[in-house]
Design a protein around this ligand. Structure first.
Ligand code: HEC
Ligand code: HEC
Length: 151
């Protein structure tokens, strides 16, 4: 995270600098990263995670419901580590890919690049961000399938 140094005070800035803390919860990794990439908690704000977790039986066309205990543990992990930076601002949906910042960052990617079988949808972060699992989305680590580096 970008740091702004003010005299002796170090303030973590709210600006998103291309990286987020990695997933650090084994239960979350097991239950929420089996169908897709394990999205880091900082990619959605608290309200969005509550919505995602509140509608798991109808989760983007699938049933991802959990038992009560696991549900509570995962909800608590997500809410505690929810994001509050640029990427989550004004996003009241259940999709990371619907935030204004996300849409702006990805607007130049041609549709046929997104729909090709190696990608499928913008929700498939790892297809292009080779270090997404390490929490890094920086431009130098982007390799778009059948397109190459993004510059
Ligand atoms: C049974 C499979 C399955 C499981 C288990 C699952 N998901 Fe999903 N999830 C999906 C599908 C399918 C999508 C839609 C993907 C797409 O649009 O390409 C999705 C999308 C998402 C998105 C939105 C991505 C975006 O920005 O477009 C979030 C957030 C998400 N899942 C969170 C979770 C969490 C949290 C859990 C664990 C509680 C979970 N998922 C478990 C199938 C699953
Ligand atoms: C089809 C490939 C592709 C997919 C899939 C994709 N991205 Fe990206 N992403 C890009 C490209 C290309 C850029 C750089 C856009 C630019 O600068 O013009 C980018 C930029 C970003 C940035 C800004 C990075 C910075 O340093 O400014 C973030 C954050 C990001 N993506 C997150 C995600 C997340 C989270 C997902 C999954 C929910 C995702 N992306 C899915 C291609 C992709």
């Amino acid at each position: 995270m970008k740091k702004i140094i003010l005299g002796t005070m170090v303030v973590a800035s709210l600006a998103f600098s291309g990286s987020v803390p990695v997933v650090a919860d084994a239960l979350y990794q097991k239950e929420c990263a089996s169908c897709h990439f394990g999205y880091q908690p900082a990619l959605l704000n608290k309200a969005s995670w509550e919505k995602v977790m509140g509608s798991l039986s109808d989760h983007f066309g699938t049933d991802a419901s959990l038992n009560k205990e696991d549900h509570q543990a995962i909800l608590s992990y997500l809410v505690r580590n929810a994001g509050n930076g640029k990427i989550t601002t004004n996003n009241d949906t259940t999709r990371i890919t619907q935030s204004a910042y996300f849409k702006k960052e990805h607007r130049k990617i041609p549709l046929n690049v997104i729909t090709q079988k190696e990608v499928g949808s913008l929700a498939n972060c790892m297809a292009c961000h080779t270090t997404a699992d390490k929490g890094s989305y920086s431009e130098r680590d982007i390799v778009v399938p059948n397109y190459g580096r993004w510059e």
